[in-house]
Design a protein around this ligand. Structure first.
Ligand code: HEM
Length: 479
């Protein structure tokens, strides 16, 4: 009998210990914490959080808890082994975006910190400010006026020529993933060799799988494999960095040719250069941050355009107008991208309904009060684009696909936050805008397409992806 009950008893005992541990940490049991539950020992409410994403409704995790605890602004939980306060809706977003380095600071789960090592998302305070500023001078809006549009257009055309033209059927997600990775490798490091890019890409896919896992570094776990893949990518990147340093010294490479040269030649405001390992880690970060996000945006826009032929026609009309202005054999310019207003409204509405990044984390630097509750120092915080975008309070007829929401002044501040906000806002916003628009310009002016799986389910793992990768049948326009 005892043998039968043993697992159950062990579970109860560990649960009680967990609760005592949670309540006693910091030695404070009587402070006014937000309502909510820390869930199960160790895993907390992580499974419910992940399951909502697997079921294609990531907002459900927050909706259920705000209703259950009767607290629409904030509730407590425990995710990925950490106690956490979830700040809900525009008020929470405004608070977290506006208090970076004052009350809160950027935080990522242990798996992410261990995989990326020292780079922009793992440094804090003034060091993060200096690193970000240096990176923004290459990736920020000003850098885009003169760079990129033509190169992105040329690379997009080549990709479509190789991977789309002449094909009857294509798996959009898989194919666009190749595109986004090649584009990033080319623009960040001038990599051209397809074999080299494919090798890096395969390592990258293993690396990505360990991102949202418990950091258990023993053979067989996804995290273990991911860590080894990250080490192999770093080794490759270090070789590329050292070769480039020599090429720069010998005058065989230019200081403005790509992000890598920029990192090697541009010091920060304190005249300090990044170490070679910091450069490798930051390139790893940018390859990660930039390739699945743009891939899912393009994939989901293509899904919506096929489901809404009237909207496809409007996008096509806008893009054909732009094509007419481009001289024969010419490439897209920055000004052309600026004219793609309707197409960008469509992309924005897709990102509202399915934000590529569901939300992000912060850590409390001090005890502070929020909505009448105390958030203790050291607690983690979470803001959610998924919930803010799907709350009826922020968007009328919230589930309707309607790009016109973005006309005129657009949504109320802090209700639409696919790129985050404040001083930690996405560093690649301009880059991804140009990449997504350059791709759409080329694809809609060449093809229309039919979905091979109508109503294909979207799952979040953790990024929004059609369950089978969106297979489509291509119908080239008759010329
Ligand atoms: C549709 C595409 C994209 C979306 C929706 C997106 C969204 C986001 C979000 C929500 C954050 C977190 C902000 C926070 O912590 O509050 C972020 C951070 C970041 N993103 Fe993006 N991103 C996209 C594309 C890109 C691209 C193309 C790049 C690189 C070229 C990039 C680089 C970064 C970096 C480096 C950070 C960290 C910034 C920091 O911590 O200071 N992202 N992004």
């Amino acid at each position: 009998m005892f043998q039968l009950l043993k697992p159950f008893l062990l579970f109860i005992i560990s649960y009680v210990f967990w609760k005592v541990y949670i309540n006693s940490k910091h030695g404070r049991t009587n402070i006014n914490l937000p309502p909510g539950s820390f869930g199960w020992p160790f895993i907390g409410e992580t499974l419910a959080f992940l399951r909502a994403g697997w079921d294609g409704v990531p907002e459900r995790f927050i909706q259920e808890r705000t209703e259950k605890h009767g607290s629409p602004l904030v509730f407590k939980t425990s995710l990925l082994g950490d106690r956490m306060a979830v700040l809900c809706g525009p008020a929470g977003n405004k608070f977290l975006f506006g208090n970076e380095n004052k009350l809160v600071t950027l935080w990522w789960p242990a798996s992410v910190r261990k995989l990326f090592e020292r780079c922009l998302i793992t440094v804090r305070g003034d060091e993060a400010k200096l690193m970000r500023k240096m990176m923004l001078s290459y990736l920020g809006p000003d850098a885009f006026v003169n760079h990129y549009a033509a190169t992105m257009d040329a690379l997009t055309r080549r990709h479509i020529q190789l991977h789309w033209r002449g094909k009857e059927e294509v798996n959009v997600y898989q194919t666009v993933k190749v595109y986004a990775f090649e584009l990033a490798c080319r623009l960040f490091m001038s990599l051209e060799d397809p074999n080299h890019i494919t090798k890096l890409g395969s390592l990258f896919n293993i690396f990505l799988k360990g991102m949202v896992e418990l950091p258990i570094d023993i053979p067989g776990t996804r995290f273990y494999k991911s860590k080894r893949a990250a080490a192999a990518i770093r080794t490759e990147l270090m070789t590329i960095i050292k070769t480039r340093r020599v090429e720069l010294q010998e005058g065989k490479a230019s200081s403005s040719q790509d992000l890598l040269s920029h990192f090697l030649c541009s010091p920060n405001e304190n005249n300090k250069y990044l170490s070679e390992m910091e450069i490798a880690n930051n390139i790893l970060l940018l390859l990660f941050a930039g390739h699945d996000t743009s891939t899912v945006s393009i994939t989901l826009v293509m899904k919506k355009l096929s489901e809404h032929p009237d909207i496809y026609e409007k996008v096509l009309r806008e893009q054909l107008e732009i094509s007419k202005e481009i001289e024969d054999g010419g490439l897209l310019k920055w000004e052309d991208i600026q004219k793609m207003k309707y197409t960008w409204n469509v992309v924005s509405e897709v990102m509202r309904l399915n934000p590529p990044v569901l939300g992000a984390f912060r850590e409390a630097l001090v005890d502070f009060e929020y909505a009448g509750y105390i958030i203790p120092k050291g607690w983690k915080l979470y803001w959610s684009a998924a919930w803010t975008h799907k709350d009826e309070a922020n968007f009328e007829d919230v589930t309707r696909f309607d790009p016109s929401r973005f006309e005129g002044v657009g949504p109320t501040p802090y209700t639409y936050v696919p790129f985050g906000g404040g001083t930690r806002m996405c560093l690649g916003k301009e880059f991804s805008r140009m990449e997504v628009l350059a791709f759409l310009h080329n694809i809609v002016t060449i093809f229309k397409w039919d979905l091979l799986i109508p109503d294909e389910k979207i799952v979040y793992e953790p990024m929004a992806t059609p369950a089978s990768g969106l297979p489509v049948r291509l119908n080239p326009h008759r010329v």
